[in-house]
Design a protein around this ligand. Structure first.
Ligand code: NAD
Length: 498
């Protein structure tokens, strides 16, 4: 069983966090593959090395889970969630330290990192309520004969997660999957491997038996091994669309249950009657929060008709953001260069740069991967910046003559994560809700993330598989139903169903 001392030892050697280890069967185990550097995006400094585990590490985690599964599955759900009640308290007690780790490995500013842990707490609270929500059903279907359904875990499951929420996205799946009796193997992003280690430690401290939750670090090789391993019954994936498709294909090819969430390109439609201050502050916050590295971030603002005053105010709000203080860096030097290339290409194609975040430097953090908030007007729907997921603090403004024109632009995107409309008219809001081709709709809300018990999930190229990854919808994914038909009444005789 891991201890805080283990973690302290693990973190002493240079670089600061030393060599990250896998967490398998309740122990810290060295990774079996080559290692790569982990950079702090705010400074560029190497803060850890993380292993790119191979199929052997996945195999070891599955073996540990196979040993743990019978006992965990046989534990009544009301007892299983006691671990999560204790874990929730630990998250609250450690919120400062857990947020600081996110700030360090991801680069988020403090309040964004803290919000991740608050959301992780909310997700854990939902899982604590699962005994109330995941009950079976019983009905007398003919005289003396009853049908009964009960939920059983799927078995050993895997969760492959992206870099952009080192703690929140793992919590989309961990609490629900565990509460419902599964054993889970988490594969964090190799860009942000540190938070996952603390999640494993705190779960162990809360009393989770060894082997019920393991962490295997790595990249495509470890993810591929999870998709192939015959001992794994279900996989969730969150990341870019190209990898979501590959994981969905490979997992289902191996006859596993798979839910794979992909990238996004979210359109915020701004009507001329929108309330200017609320709209402009929400649009600016949506495009710049977490440096635009949210799958729910505003990426395209579709400005309908006369909206120049709102556009000007969006620029003012975005200009007020200070890189290194209220705006964090992006994840890597590659990401910074990619985002800046998109801006340059759009400018060369005729877009007007209202606010330019290229070349931003933060004093004392010259090696950091910063891109300042950027607003481009006069973007046309055919430009790459209007079509691709840029994943940085960049807002592309596309002009549309009317609402139907705006909806056409939204519908042309293959992604379908989120869409929003800013208006003071209920009928306009309803019109957009009915027609937008996204799974999550905002009415005067720039980041329309459904909160528990509602499920999170998009449409189109933003999600492959059935159902949502969180909330009530996820209960179906993490369980199988057993249907039992019972007759104890000897006088019931026979009928057409006997
Ligand atoms: P990514 O696709 O590069 O990586 C995601 C995970 O897949 C990581 O764990 C990574 O190690 C692994 N991986 C990378 N290449 C792989 C391969 N060839 N085969 C198997 N696994 C592989 O995504 P990212 O850059 O870490 O995260 C950003 C992306 O995630 C954005 O596109 C964003 O929109 C998306 N995202 C989507 C949602 C959603 O709910 N739809 C939520 C968060 C992030």
């Amino acid at each position: 069983m891991a201890t805080t001392l283990d973690y302290a030892l693990k973190t002493q050697a240079p670089p600061r966090h030393g060599l990250v280890r896998n967490f398998i069967g309740g122990d810290w185990v060295p990774g079996d593959g080559p290692t790569i550097d982990v950079h702090a995006p705010a400074t560029g400094e190497v803060i850890a090395r993380t292993p790119l585990s191979t199929a052997a590490a996945v195999d070891a985690a599955v073996l540990a889970a196979q040993r743990a599964l019978p006992g965990w599955t046989a534990t009544p759900i009301k007892e299983r969630v006691q671990v999560l009640f204790r874990y929730r308290t630990l998250l609250e007690q450690h919120i400062g330290e857990l947020s600081a780790l996110i700030v360090e490995e991801h680069g988020k500013v403090e309040n964004e990192a803290r919000a991740e842990i608050l959301k992780a707490i909310e997700l854990t609270e939902f899982a604590c309520a699962l005994p109330q929500l995941a009950t079976g059903e019983v009905l007398e279907v003919s005289r003396g004969v009853e049908c009964r359904t009960e939920r059983h875990p799927v078995g050993i499951v895997a969760s492959i997660v992206p870099f952009n929420f080192p703690s929140m996205v793992p919590h989309w799946t961990i609490p629900n999957a565990l509460a419902l009796g599964n054993c889970m193997i988490l594969k964090p992003s190799e860009l942000v491997p540190l938070s996952a280690g603390r999640i494993a430690e705190l779960l162990a401290e809360a009393g989770l038996p060894p082997g019920v939750f393991s962490v295997v670090h790595g990249s495509h090789e470890a993810a591929g091994a999870l998709c192939d391993h015959p001992g794994i019954a279900a996989i969730t994936f969150v990341g870019s669309t190209s990898v979501a498709k590959a994981v969905y294909r490979r997992g289902t090819q191996n006859l596993k249950r798979v839910l794979a969430l992909g990238g996004a390109k979210n359109h915020l439609i701004v009507m001329p009657d929108a309330e200017p201050e609320m709209t402009s502050s929400n649009v600016a916050a949506s495009m710049s929060g977490c440096s635009g590295q949210r799958c729910m971030a505003a990426s395209v603002m579709v400005a309908v008709g006369e909206t120049n005053a709102i556009v000007a105010r969006v620029v003012e709000h975005a200009r007020a953001l200070v890189a290194g203080e209220t705006l964090g860096p992006v994840i890597s030097r590659d990401a910074k260069e990619r985002i800046e290339r998109y801006i340059t290409e759009a400018e060369e194609a005729g877009a007007r740069v209202l606010l330019d975040g290229r070349g931003v430097e933060v004093a004392g953090h010259e090696g950091g991967f910063y891109v300042g908030a950027t607003v481009l007007d006069g973007v046309t729907a055919d430009m790459r910046i209007a079509r691709d997921e840029v994943f940085g603090p960049v807002l592309a403004i596309v002009r549309a003559p009317d609402l139907d024109g705006a909806l056409e632009i939204e519908a042309a995107s293959p992604f379908g994560n989120a869409a929003a409309v800013f208006t003071e008219r209920g009928s306009t809001a309803r019109y957009v809700t009915e027609r937008a081709t996204a799974g999550m709709i905002g009415i005067n809300v720039g980041v329309p993330v459904p909160r528990e018990p509602f499920g999170f999930g998009g449409w189109g190229d933003s999600s492959f598989g059935v159902g949502d990854i969180t909330g009530r919808g996820s209960i179906e994914f993490w369980t199988r139903t057993k249907k039992t038909t019972t007759k104890w009444n000897r006088d019931a005789g026979t009928n057409w169903m006997s």
